[in-house]
Design a protein. Structure first.
Length: 366
């Protein structure tokens, strides 16, 4: 694979290109940001410098090998059966890895790629049908009414709430949740969020197929399935460890607490750095939020704040105006019931619309 060229079938906004210079000239006219990335991509450097999103810490710059980005593109194309001339939509910011990889996939696999502004409602003005796109949960939520335009969609950059998953069940679009990070060049594992009867089972362990019937009935698939060449295991903290030399030269030690279902499957429980120790009971915010999402429509999260008696006190923060909440309907254990509820007009977010929990808490309490 060479990064000094692109697939002959590649199109950008319905335009074909005979040479790199032609593509760069069009990109400069169309989007200086895309032009900057393409200049970097077609340069003699073997790597691309990418900024992490900063959702769990300060954003940082890391180097990603171009050949590994190309392999990631090929793995995605193979897993989702997306060959050349497929029509794809880029509606994510090009400054982050998810946006960059949509462009790399198109260049590598020969897709016909349309680019629209990375707005919260990217399908609003579109009428064309697409084979594939990637969104964040907010974009997915706002695109439900026009999701029939998309055949397959991956969603990352945040959790998909139970309420949103329920909206996905009757849709023809195949929607997949993804697990990954900048260091692993986006996703290294996916899980179905709807249309379980059409779940692709090739290469998936028997335990996943046994779950197939119950998952189709509940509309809830808790397991992530790894992409090929990915080795997973847990460290002494019960956090996921990832090895895949095709996309990373280093072993990736995450802060994600998981349950290993098989050699290729895991259930994500939450972030270790989000764990709340309340009176000696360890609480995973993400598990509590999963239950609360059945009764709360607005964006929200739970967190722990200092408490003299408990060490940390569990609280619930909801975005928007004050509303009545019937906590009993969420089927929480007595330890999982928030001690206090706070309402805030707007959460503090990253550029990719991820909630910055710590900064939001600081805004409320400092």
């Amino acid at each position: 694979m060479k990064h000094t060229t692109f697939h002959k079938a590649f199109k950008l906004n319905n335009n074909s290109f005979d040479a790199i210079d032609d593509l760069l000239a069009y990109a400069l006219y169309f989007s200086p940001e895309i032009h900057h990335f393409l200049e970097d991509w077609f340069s003699e450097k073997e790597f691309v410098v990418v900024k992490t999103s900063g959702s769990t810490g300060a954003p940082k710059l890391i180097q990603l090998q171009k050949k590994q980005m190309q392999y990631s593109a090929l793995a995605t194309g193979d897993f989702f059966q997306l060959k050349e001339k497929k029509i794809a939509l880029l509606c994510l910011p090009i400054k982050y890895i998810a946006g960059k990889m949509m462009l790399v996939r198109a260049l590598t696999l020969g897709w016909h790629l349309d680019v629209v502004n990375a707005s919260s409602n990217p399908l609003n003005t579109l009428s064309r049908n697409y084979d594939f796109t990637a969104m964040v949960p907010l974009q997915l939520e706002n695109s439900i009414d026009k999701l029939h335009l998309i055949k397959k969609l991956i969603v990352g950059g945040g959790l998909v709430s139970n309420n949103l998953q329920e909206k996905l069940q009757p849709l023809a679009t195949e929607v997949f949740g993804t697990y990954g990070m900048t260091e692993t060049i986006t996703h290294i594992a996916v899980k179905k969020l709807n249309r379980f009867s059409s779940l692709r089972t090739s290469g998936i362990k028997s335990i996943y197929r046994k779950e197939h019937i119950s998952l189709r009935n509940t509309g809830n698939n808790p397991f992530y399935q790894t992409l090929p060449n990915t080795i997973i295991y847990k460290d002494e903290r019960n956090c996921l460890v990832i090895e895949n030399s095709k996309v990373s030269n280093e072993v990736v030690f995450t802060n994600d607490v998981v349950v290993l279902v098989s050699d290729t499957q895991f259930q994500w429980l939450g972030r270790l750095d989000n764990v709340i120790n309340s009176g000696g009971i360890k609480l995973h915010p993400e598990r509590i939020e999963d239950k609360l999402s059945k009764i709360i429509v607005q964006r929200f999260f739970v967190a722990g704040i200092p408490d003299e008696k408990l060490g940390e006190k569990l609280i619930l923060i909801i975005e928007g105006g004050s509303i009545p909440i019937d906590i009993q309907k969420a089927n929480l254990s007595r330890f999982e019931i928030p001690k206090e509820i706070y309402f805030v007009d707007n959460f503090i977010e990253t550029a990719t619309k991820k909630i910055q929990r710590k900064k939001t808490l600081d805004f409320i309490f400092i």
